[in-house]
Design a protein around this ligand. Structure first.
Ligand code: PMP
Length: 407
């Protein structure tokens, strides 16, 4: 790609420059977590070396500096999502945490017996189990949008499911197991037409697709920083202000209160109402730098480059006899998930690792999706901006070796 200097980008990720099992590392497990560039690592070090302090409560200089950097991240995320109000950005520990927060607060307060919650066949377990737990507690009914053989959602079936009983729709923006991009705008419109609220799981979308929560008109949007060149243990819940205000708090403790007496406690305003306890200060601060890093590269440039990798990889892998790609849907980000005739995905993963190639194998926390395809798992290669076509060539050679060893 002409616009991005991939060799220079790779130098920002020192972890990539290492030998694993005697070969130069090929890191193709980016859908699980991306690597972190030097500016992000430096931001973490700068905080701990220079102004580590607890936020909001302190009046001393370091505390003010930390608070100001922490809140600057919130504003950066507001921009990143194009949220209307900064207090609509709630810091969480990740996507899983955000979904649980919504299920446990919005769900427990506003959903009742017989209400229907719609998810899809391709959900990550973190967008299945919290809703199952809620259904068990409240007597709600979980409905699942089916997919076709390409992995695309069957929207006609979704429309048939919608009724005045539908109270909540929670679907993934981009499937982690297949890379398929869902038509979330349509899904949201149709849910709103019956008065249901919508959560979009943006864990895989956030680093690849421009997100505009106002244009989508989504009620909630969640993602994790660690899939977007940021640190682990930090995530975001976006929610529309009116809805967040109507929701009861979840975790109780410091920071989320206005006044505490033994008789009665009043709760803090947004966003602090949902941020009990000392947050993940360093990692929140470093997310600012991760977003800045993506911004400097240009998300559109990154997406275009990654799309080139996806096309190259898809063609190369399809040329391997006995290999079948799972999820060939209409629109995809840079993920290729595949099975090979007569070879268990775990063997594939081990033999690739022996050649220094890191891929993910298994069910990708999407067991119902695997069942839909009648398989127990896949091998998944997922690309980020620092990956190259030469690395994809290494994967192809690696897979040919897998075949030679296993068949
Ligand atoms: N949803 C999707 C689509 C994901 O890919 C992931 C991470 N694999 C999650 C949810 C959960 O994210 P986290 O583990 O960061 O909470």
């Amino acid at each position: 790609h002409e616009i991005l200097d991939i060799a220079a980008i790779r130098r920002d990720f020192p972890i990539l420059d290492q030998v694993v099992n005697g070969r130069q590392l090929v890191y193709f497990d980016n859908a699980a977590t991306t690597q972190k560039p030097l500016p992000v690592l430096n931001a973490l070090a700068r905080y701990y070396e220079g102004y580590n302090a607890n936020i909001h409560r302190g009046i001393h200089t370091l505390a003010e500096k930390a608070t100001s950097a922490f809140e600057a991240s919130r504003r950066a995320i507001q921009q990143f999502l194009n949220a209307a109000h900064v207090e609509e950005i709630i810091f969480t520990y990740g996507t899983t945490d955000g979904i649980n927060l919504v299920a446990q607060t919005y769900g427990r307060r506003f959903l009742q017996e017989g209400d229907e919650i719609i998810i899809s066949t391709m959900e990550h377990h973190s967008n299945i189990v919290p809703w199952q737990m809620l259904c068990e507690e409240k007597g709600c009914v979980l409905k699942v949008i089916p997919i076709d053989d390409n992995g695309d959602l069957i929207l006609e079936e979704y429309e048939k499911m919608l009724s005045e009983r539908t109270k909540f729709v929670s679907v993934v923006h981009v499937s982690n197991a297949m890379g398929i991009i869902n038509p979330v705008k349509t899904i949201i419109e149709k849910a709103h037409a019956v008065g249901a609220k919508v959560l979009i799981d943006g864990a895989q979308a956030s680093s690849h697709i421009d997100i505009d929560v106002q244009a989508l008109d989504t009620d909630f949007y969640v993602f994790s920083a660690h899939k977007l060149y940021g640190p682990t243990g930090m995530g975001v819940l976006y929610g529309k202000k009116d809805i967040l205000n109507a929701m009861p708090p979840w975790r109780g403790g410091g920071e989320m209160i206005k006044e505490v007496t033994f008789e009665k406690t009043t709760y803090n305003d947004l966003p602090y109402k949902f941020e009990a306890g000392t947050p993940n200060i360093a990692d929140v601060i470093a997310v600012y730098t991760a977003l800045e890093y993506i911004d400097t590269l240009g998300k559109k440039n990154v997406a275009a480059y990654e799309h080139g990798l996806l096309e190259y990889a898809t063609e190369a892998l399809e040329s391997i006899d006995g290999l079948r790609i799972i999820g060939t849907g209409a629109q995809k980000i840079s993920v290729v998930s595949f099975v090979m005739d007569g070879i268990h995905h775990q063997d594939t993963g081990v033999i690739l690792d022996q050649q220094g190639i890191a891929v993910r194998t298994g069910h990708h926390c999407a067991q119902p999706l695997m069942s839909r395809f009648g398989i127990t798992g896949t091998t998944r290669a997922s690309f980020a901006v620092y990956n190259t076509k030469e690395e994809i060539d290494r994967l192809v050679q690696g897979l040919l070796r897998v075949k030679k060893m296993m068949l």
